[in-house]
Design a protein. Structure first.
Ligand SMILES: NC(=O)c1ccc[n+]([C@@H]2O[C@H](COP(=O)([O-])OP(=O)(O)OC[C@H]3O[C@@H](n4cnc5c(N)ncnc54)[C@H](O)[C@@H]3O)[C@@H](O)[C@H]2O)c1
Ligand SMILES: O=C(O)C1=N[C@H](C(=O)O)CCC1
Length: 266
């Protein structure tokens, strides 16, 4: 069996460490290198106690891809480096599976074009939890019948980007079926700026950041005399790993960029 050769960027992070544990459990994946912002040249098991994998750490993606044979890059870093890593991987013929959130629309467009030009598969998924993907699909369905909707996302307080990638993706999916509509009182005024949340075509996104949270979202629909709430909770980051493994397998068969796990689920 030919194993899929994987590089993980952000291996010591909350998600990256789960990704390494996931790779260690799989017979068909091989960790060939890690990308970190420190510990150049060390082995990952020398600097992290949660893994016995002994892949070498690089601090520069081009150096890494020049020196190891890789099929897939799993990126779980920051918006700035995630974008640089994804672009460099595509340019080097390595298929990115990207969990990092916070890319701009322009960056997504640019990466889509580049992947098409190079014929390299890319999967960018703002949420790898299967329950979250279903929550987004259910929300899109509900929005056809309930155009008044607010999204409340709740995450741990180390998160860099707001709103979450999941909330942005949910709003995009809802936009596909909902006419733009200003919600609330036509003359409502915020007496404290931001009170009504971010505005996407008149639907509101509220972002909560608190210690103790992992990743949670409620999509609340309102109509006369009734409310519908669609809710998903990730209590542990292991919840994302089924989706990461699925994406690694599927990206090997793609020659373009796919944004959202729903596009590769059967
Ligand atoms: N798609 C999903 O399902 C999903 C789920 C959880 C988190 N995320 C996203 O994944 C990203 C990481 O989240 P996290 O909670 O693991 O964050 P984290 O802060 O725990 O981990 C990020 C890691 O990236 C590393 N890093 C920073 N700069 C780097 C560089 N230049 N090269 C290599 N590594 C570098 C840091 O050292 C850190 O260990 C975030 O963007 C988050 O929004 C996505
Ligand atoms: O922990 C995070 O950060 C997460 N980010 C994703 C997002 O922005 O939607 C998904 C869940 C966890």
């Amino acid at each position: 069996m030919n194993k899929i050769r994987v590089v993980v960027a952000g291996p010591r992070g909350k998600m990256g460490s789960e990704a390494l544990k996931m790779i260690e459990r799989q017979d068909d994946l091989e960790l060939v290198a890690c990308l970190d912002h420190k510990f150049e040249g060390r082995k990952i098991n020398e600097v992290a106690d949660f893994t016995s994998l002994d892949a070498i750490i690089f601090t520069d993606i081009q150096d890494c891809l020049d020196n190891v044979q890789a099929d897939v890059l799993i990126d779980l870093t920051t918006p700035e480096y995630g974008y640089l890593h994804t672009k460099t991987a595509i340019e080097n013929g390595v298929r990115p599976v990207v969990g990092t959130t916070g890319f701009t629309e322009d960056q997504l467009d640019e990466l889509t074009e580049l992947s098409e030009e190079k014929g390299i598969g890319v999967i960018i998924a703002p949420n790898f939890a299967l329950g979250a993907v279903l929550m987004m699909q259910f929300a899109k369905w509900a929005a056809k019948y309930f155009p008044d909707v607010e999204i409340i996302e709740k995450h741990h307080d180390n998160k860099l980007d707001a709103p979450s990638g999941t909330a942005v993706k949910t709003a995009q999916l809802i936009k596909e079926v909902r006419e733009p509509k200003k919600q609330g009182h036509p003359e409502e005024k915020e007496t404290i700026e931001g009170a009504r949340g971010a505005d996407v075509d008149g639907m509101r996104i509220h972002s909560m950041r608190l210690p103790g949270l992992v990743a949670h979202q409620e999509v609340v629909f309102g109509a006369k005399g009734e409310n519908l709430t669609i809710k998903h909770d990730s209590f542990h980051r292991e919840s994302f790993m089924t989706g990461v493994k699925l994406a690694v397998d599927q990206v090997m068969k793609l020659d373009l960029l796919v944004y959202g796990l729903e596009n590769i689920l059967e």
